[in-house]
Design a protein around this ligand. Sequence first.
Ligand code: CP3
Length: 355
Amino acid sequence: MTRPTNDTFLRALLREPVEYTPIWLMRQAGRYLPEYNETRRRAGSFLDLCKTPQLACEATLQPLARFDLDAAILFSDILTVPDAMGLGLYFAEGEGPRFERPLRSEWEIRDLTAPDPNVHLRYVMDAVAEIRRALNHSLPLIGFSGSPWTLACYMVEGGSSADYRLVKTMLYDRPDLLHRILDVTTTAVTDYLNAQIESGVQAVMIFDSWGGALSHAAYREFSLSYMERIVAGLKKSHGGERVPSIVFTKGGGQWLEAIAAIGCDAVGLDWTTDLGEARQRIGHRVALQGNLDPMALFASPQQVAAEACRVLDSFGAGSGHVFNLGHGISQFTPPEHVTALVDAVHSHSRRGSGN
Ligand code: CP3
């Protein structure tokens, strides 16, 4: 197998030379795009959209038709894994994700098993294959999963939570039960990401969206150690090409050295960490991905461009940087401001930072 025609993103992750800084955006397909809302309407619901490979493929390609992005990301959700574990995912209008059967009792936790991704998440593998065909080697496709801790937050809380009261009560009172959930989920995520790689994704990202809510000690014990197990279990190459991995703990900047040491190729950072300082701390061990504040996209296109240059300059010259937001794009973002961002990243990095 060969690399895509535009392989700048893969080269930056592997810290190979690049002509400019590649950019993609977390949640680049979504409600800020009118064409996405139209596709979702046709699907009937967000979950039906995820579960229909042809429509998931359509949503994946939409941001690429509008913006000069350097990578595609599979259109899906992190919560399809607990759904495949039997928890019954649904989205209540205006309330975000919910589970019909959250994990509350000891017997439910003891009974939990890792699903076979090629059976229970077949629709994801079919979407990956369809997207790869549609991309026709133009751009790399990113696959992803939630981290075990972030998935456990939803599985125990039963939905989004402001304070993680239930899952943290379990962490402090019954760590054995939480470790059991994390252990099974780690197997599930490893199998799931490897199945995505075999179906054709060319890089993988682990979203540890709520790792930053943990104490210093709990982060290592309940989040990082499980991500380390996943990274160790990932297929490192497919069809003769390396498949790089990115680990993103939102709020995890203070643990950068520890994250960089688990064997991943790149670390994602939110906007609270300075990229230049992060680079000094980790040296050449990993690439860095980030880290514009998604709210910066609400400023004028001129200011968006200025903030993009600030992020590029903070990283400085040389390869090993993938431009991204520090978290998912807001549903209220004006699409024209994304155009301004992508153009500024490409032109400033070609000119300025001497990549
Ligand atoms: O990046 C991409 O474009 C790929 C698609 C993607 C989605 N969710 C689509 C989505 C990815 C990578 C995710 C990951 C995800 N999902 C995370 C981790 C990243 C992060 O944001 O921290 C989390 C925590 C979830 C769980 C989730 N899914 C929540 C909390 C919500 C509701 C919040 C919201 O924005 O409404 C979702 C729904 C969701 N996932 C939407 C999209 C486009 C919106 C659904 C809709 O169309 O109504």
